[in-house]
Every structure is written in C-alpha cells, then in structure tokens.
Design a binder for this molecule. Structure first.
Ligand code: ADE
Length: 241
C-alpha cells in the first residue's frame, strides 16, 4: 500500500489480538468510520488464535487452578508461546484486558493511539496464570467495574477508543475538539431541527448567531453537567488547577 496518510512513516497503527475467538473480530470494528479506516489501511488488525499454541492432542490452553476452586486458568506456557510468536512480527505494548487492571481513560487511549499500536491478550475463564504477567511485561487494563465473560469485547472497546483518535479516521464533522473528556468535562447538550418539538424549544442562545455567547453557554453547561453527574471528575479537575 503506497500513500497511507499516517503520522508514523507509512506503517499503520496496529492492533494485534491474541484470542480463543478470532471470529469475533473485526465485528463492530468493521463498520462505520473505524471500519472504513480499517479498509483504507489507516490501521491494521492482526489476530492470533491462542489455541494454535495449546498442549497435546486437544490443544489444551487452560487447566484447573492451583489450590483448588472453581473454573479454569489459562496456562502461562501456552500464552507465552502465543505472545512470543506474535512478537516476532510486532514489538507493541502488551495489554491484558482484566477487571483487575488500571481503568481505561481518554488520556491512556490518546497515549496508545500516538504509539505504534497495541498487542492485546483477551482472556477467558477465571484468568491467566499470574507468572505470565510479570514474565512477559503485561499491563492489565480494565474498561470498568463489572465482569465480562471474556476480554474480547473489552479489547474492542480499547481499540475503538484508540483508532478514532488516529489522524484521518474521523472526518472534520466528527471533530474531536469539543468532545467529552478531551478537556476533562462532559459534553454540553446538543440540539437540531425542528426548533420546537413536542412543545420544547431549542435554547434561545443557540439561535442567536453570537458565537462568543454560544461558546460561553456551552462551557457553562459542560461544567454544570460534570459537577452534577461526575463529582469525581470535577474534583480531580479542580485539584489539577
Ligand atoms: N474482562 C472481563 N471483564 C473485563 C473488564 N471489566 N475490563 C477489561 N477486561 C475484562
């Protein structure tokens, strides 16, 4: 591919995913702006089937937990073989999607989007053998305080959050300038036509044509919503100032 407009010398940002369910991909990442960007070569998706590195005739990837208990644990030797194989092609930061990880934030998505890409281990079962985490320098990332049945959906969330920040992925209309979290505020309310709907009118200021007044109103609304809905974000922001 010749003229790919990336900020990294022609090599597109890459997501390399290790999973037992590669057929889940690209899934939602294959449609809309992120999907078009994938087809256009603005980013690339590599999938690695962990089962290919499984043990024995049944290609076992998991075993019972040491010390007993419910469920199964993914084997360190199997995962290490899969990771080492994937790393022969790409040297990317290695993330493991896990509710135990550091919360995914807009700042982290931005930092990752500015790098060469990510390698993501999407786990299943009760988790992975702890020895793998340290031995392969894995960073655990959570997408929220709830438990999914596997890391694939979480990986897709992280990839989507990164890819839309790659220059050229969003058009001018979907500008990032004003959006939630980019300046640590929730987004202000939006309105469109018709001007009156079910007896409800669009705020007068938005029809005034006074761009300074509109910007001030939007700012005040963003601050009000953040204070009301996310006192945690508001407090963190106030502390930073
Ligand atoms: N895997 C299962 N639950 C998860 C979560 N909340 N975040 C990231 N990965 C997960």
């Amino acid at each position: 591919m010749a003229h790919i407009p990336t900020s990294r010398g022609g090599t597109p940002w890459k997501a390399s995913v290790l999973t037992l369910f590669p057929e889940m991909f690209p899934g939602p990442l294959g449609v809309s702006l992120v999907g078009q960007a994938l087809k256009a070569g603005l980013w690339a998706l590599d999938l690695h089937q962990i089962r290919d590195f499984g043990i024995g005739r049944h290609r076992a990837v998991d075993d019972t937990p040491a010390g007993g208990g419910a469920g199964m644990v993914m084997r360190a030797d199997v995962l290490a073989a899969a990771i080492d194989h994937a790393r022969e092609a790409d040297d990317l930061p290695l993330l493991y999607m896990s509710p135990r990880g550091a919360p995914l934030t807009q700042a982290r998505a931005r930092a990752l989007s500015e790098g060469p890409g990510v390698m993501i281990l999407a786990g299943r079962f009760e988790g992975v053998d702890e020895r793998l985490i340290a031995a392969r320098g894995v960073t655990e990332v959570s997408i929220g305080d709830y438990v999914l049945s596997g890391g694939e959906l979480a990986a897709m969330v992280l990839i989507d959050a990164c890819v839309r920040l790659i220059p050229g992925v969003l058009g001018a209309e979907e500008s990032l300038a004003q959006e939630s979290f980019e300046d640590e505020l929730l987004e202000y309310p939006q309105y469109t036509k018709p001007r009156t709907w079910e007896g409800l009118s669009t705020p007068e200021v938005l029809m005034s044509g006074d761009h300074q007044k509109i910007a001030a109103w939007r700012r005040a609304e963003a601050e009000r919503l953040t204070r009301e809905r996310r006192p945690d974000l508001w407090a963190a922001r106030e502390k930073q100032r």
